[in-house]
Design a protein around this ligand. Structure first.
Ligand SMILES: [Zn+2]
Length: 309
């Protein structure tokens, strides 16, 4: 079975202010990296536009309608200091949801081995009723709920290795024993949440914070001692990765010093775990990563590992 690569041109139509790190060139850099002949066997799929009902799996309808309605007819509008909408933002955000849902459909029905959604804007800072941190709709959270509602998955694990804590995903599943949220991130750093003491109502939130300046050794220690065992014990039916690549040493928004090989290693370890506990079912969704070279090399390493290359 093959690895799916899901993308859509609308990812390029969500504009941000000049100098903003979350910019269309991120997707162009990822696409260029995945054009290499090593990736010729990827099954390339165009994302559909997500339906409002799918977004509403994790966000109340008035919030969803409010986000769509907030987009300007031209120019840019700020939702907060970090989070800006352009005319193309609703389409980009909804296609991001559509990509995540399609990935779940394809993986849960065994039409592909695993999937990577190369889309923007990212999602893991989006709380149920709040867009923030470059994010509007929480793609990974929606994917988890969709796996449960459409495919009967009982337990879904979300592993978030973006360098920032996924406060949105944590908020959405804080009271939900059927979804494990496990995050490894730099702290203190935006958004300020993610202490190890934050465990959720049912102990299904697992936070493994790293310190500024940490590198491969600290990351791998935390990954093997806290993250992977918690997922294995949870026995998920599906593993979703909030795959941000801003813990790369080149990234300007954080100070964790991973190399692209660390993302390949983390992917391989997670695939071994998914093989043992989740029938190999794994869906990966792009989150952050703001240095174009660090991002593109890290995505290439991650996707190559997904292809078992
Ligand atoms: Zn991030």
């Amino acid at each position: 079975m093959t690895t799916l690569l899901i993308s859509h041109p609308s990812s390029l139509q969500h504009a941000t202010p000049t100098g903003h790190p979350e910019r269309p060139d991120r997707i162009r850099a990822v696409e260029r990296a995945l054009e290499d002949e090593r990736f010729a066997t990827l099954q390339r799929v165009t994302a559909p536009e997500g339906e409002l009902a799918q977004v509403e799996l994790c966000h109340p309808a008035p919030f969803v309608q409010g986000v769509v309605a907030a987009a300007p007819r031209d120019g840019l509008v700020e939702l907060d200091a970090d989070t800006t909408m352009s005319p193309g933002t609703p389409s980009a955000a909804l296609h991001g949801v559509g990509a995540a849902v399609l990935a779940v459909d394809e993986i849960m029905t065994r039409r592909a081995a695993n999937a990577f959604c190369a889309m923007r804007p990212p999602g893991h800072h989006a709380e149920s009723k709040r867009a923030m941190g470059f994010c509007f709709f929480n793609n990974a959270a929606i994917a988890a709920r969709h796996a449960q509602q459409a495919h009967g998955a009982e337990r879904v694990a979300i592993l978030d290795w973006d360098v920032h804590h996924g406060n949105g995903t944590q908020e959405i599943f804080w009271n939900d024993a059927s979804v494990l949220y496990a995050s490894i991130h730099e702290m203190p750093l935006f958004p300020g949440t993610g202490a190890a003491s934050e465990r959720g109502e049912h102990g299904t939130i697992v936070n493994a914070p790293l310190r500024a300046g940490d590198g491969s050794d600290a990351f791998r220690d935390a990954y093997e001692s806290a993250i992977l065992p918690s997922i294995a014990a949870f026995q998920p039916d599906l593993v979703i990765v909030s795959a941000g690549f801003d813990a790369h040493w080149r990234d300007p928004l954080a100070n964790i010093n991973l190399k692209e090989q660390d993302f390949a290693w983390a992917t391989q370890k997670l695939m071994e775990l998914a093989d043992r506990h989740a029938g190999g079912r794994l869906v990966s969704i792009l989150e952050g990563g703001y240095d174009l070279e660090g991002l593109s090399k890290s995505v290439a390493a991650h996707v190559m590992a997904l292809m078992r290359g």
